[in-house]
Ligand binder design. Structure first.
Ligand code: PRP
Length: 182
């Protein structure tokens, strides 16, 4: 098997798993006794959701949304379309949007608007990664955050390059050669 085109490991598997356990402990404490629903947007967030929920000490429900967002040469355009909606009702429930990364914040902002319209008791974000360098939406209710990451092309643990490398157990910086297609 050929080595993945990773120039540098930014977050090792051990670092990620330790942080996920710490976030799960915080969530378990904060939502004890509540009806908690974790919502993730496909595809990137599902590795984080799977590890996070297994580390929670709470009864918890999960659900998924899928969206398509148009990204041009200059990144996210802000245009988002809902492709798969939730199965669960949100009314009166405590909802946590689980993301692998908040970058411009446009995706989270769209999702929060959509979810808030369904009258949840509480709505907040848990993101593994945050890249404030590219933020366009200034205020987001990020209640839990794993790591701040630099402005580099990252792959692994849900993050892809042309749909590949999501399954790496660590997060790495994509080798510059890969982006040129060489
Ligand atoms: C990624 C990630 C977030 C979004 C964040 O998804 O999972 O949903 O980008 O970017 P933003 O803050 O600039 O909106 P992506 O659109 O790459 O789809 P994927 O999850 O299928 O990889």
């Amino acid at each position: 098997m050929s080595a993945p085109p990773v120039a540098e490991v930014l977050l090792s598997e051990e670092q990620i798993q330790e942080r996920v356990r710490a976030l799960a402990a915080d969530i378990s404490r904060d939502y004890a006794g509540q009806d908690l629903l974790l919502v993730t947007v496909l595809k990137g967030g599902f590795y984080f959701l799977a590890d996070l929920t297994r580390a929670l000490d709470l009864p918890v429900a999960i659900d998924f949304m899928a969206i398509s967002s148009y990204r041009g040469d200059k990144g996210h355009s802000g245009a988002v379309r809902l492709i798969k909606d939730l199965d669960e009702e949100l009314t009166g429930r405590h909802v946590l949007l689980v993301e692998d990364i908040i970058d411009t914040g446009l995706t989270a902002s769209y999702l929060l608007r959509t979810l808030a319209a369904r009258d949840p008791a509480d709505l907040a974000i848990c993101t593994l990664l945050e890249r404030t360098a590219r933020r366009i939406v200034p205020t987001l209710p990020i209640r839990y955050r794993g790591f701040e990451v630099p402005d580099a092309f990252l792959v692994g643990y849900g993050l892809d390059y042309r749909q590949h490398y999501r399954n790496l157990p660590y997060i790495g910086v994509l080798s510059p050669r890969s982006k040129d297609g060489t």
